[in-house]
Design a binder for this molecule. Structure first.
Ligand SMILES: O=C(O)/C=C/C(=O)CC(=O)C(=O)O
Ligand SMILES: [Mg+2]
Length: 220
């Protein structure tokens, strides 16, 4: 377990949340989506952050709220058009993250060719664990990430199965816009995504590194 105190300043700064999609072949397959030739990404507002102790809230327009467990990469130093071979120098550390998704809304957006903001960017759509400094994770591509709902295992994946590696993602994104200190990159979900209901408890972890628990808000 990470023994260090969380560096909450990273979360409090309220920086950008950049999410990568379809970065695991098995998840793209379960969604019936083609594998991306280049990274697919979208943004969440910083108000999407939620820390342990606060609930995940289902947006009023959503009937099918899904969990996606993902490794988060926290940027520690500004990255502007950086090459892959120095990209990891810009990483401060990691966090476990959930990319909570209004799946029915996302399907509607996909069908209509609309952006995914309603489906992915609502308040509390980005629960995060405590911050894990990079020194505690020698190789972020050798991690086991998992998620349980009410004690039952739903997702378990290995970060070695990412289609686009972390240096590739940092380099790619940094050629489109500058990544600032405190920005968080969600690196995509492995397979096994599924629905949660009011009062469900989500527990998730990076094996031997960190765990976190969140409750889904009851209705009313
Ligand atoms: O392909 C789809 O229909 C949906 C993909 C996602 O929701 C993308 C992600 O957020 C992900 O892969 O983690
Ligand atoms: Mg995702």
């Amino acid at each position: 377990m990470a023994s260090s105190k969380p560096l909450s300043r990273f979360w409090e700064w309220g920086r950008n949340i950049v999410c990568v999609g379809r970065n695991y072949a098995e998840h793209a397959k379960e969604m019936g989506s083609a594998l991306p030739a280049e990274p697919l990404f979208f943004l969440k507002p910083s108000s999407a952050y939620v820390r342990e102790g606060s609930p995940i809230e289902r947006p009023y327009y959503c009937r099918e709220l899904h969990h996606e467990v993902e490794l988060g990469v926290l940027i520690g130093r500004r990255a502007r058009a950086v090459p892959q071979d120095t990209a990891m120098e810009h990483v401060a550390g990691y966090a476990l993250c959930l990319d909570m998704t209004a799946r029915d809304t996302q399907k509607h957006c996909k069908d209509k060719g609309l952006p995914w903001t309603l489906a992915k960017g609502f308040g509390s759509s980005c629960p995060v664990s405590e911050f894990v400094p990079k020194e505690k994770i020698p190789d972020p591509h050798k991690l086991r990430i998992w998620l349980k709902v009410n004690g039952k295992l739903r997702q378990e994946g290995d970060t070695s199965n990412m289609i686009f590696s972390i240096p590739y993602l940092i380099s790619y994104i940094s050629h489109i816009f500058t990544l600032e200190e405190g920005d968080l990159i969600l690196t995509g979900s492995p397979e096994g995504v599924g629905s949660v209901e009011a009062n469900d408890e989500i527990e998730a972890g990076i094996r031997d590194v960190v765990t976190m628990k969140f409750k889904v808000q009851s209705k009313g």
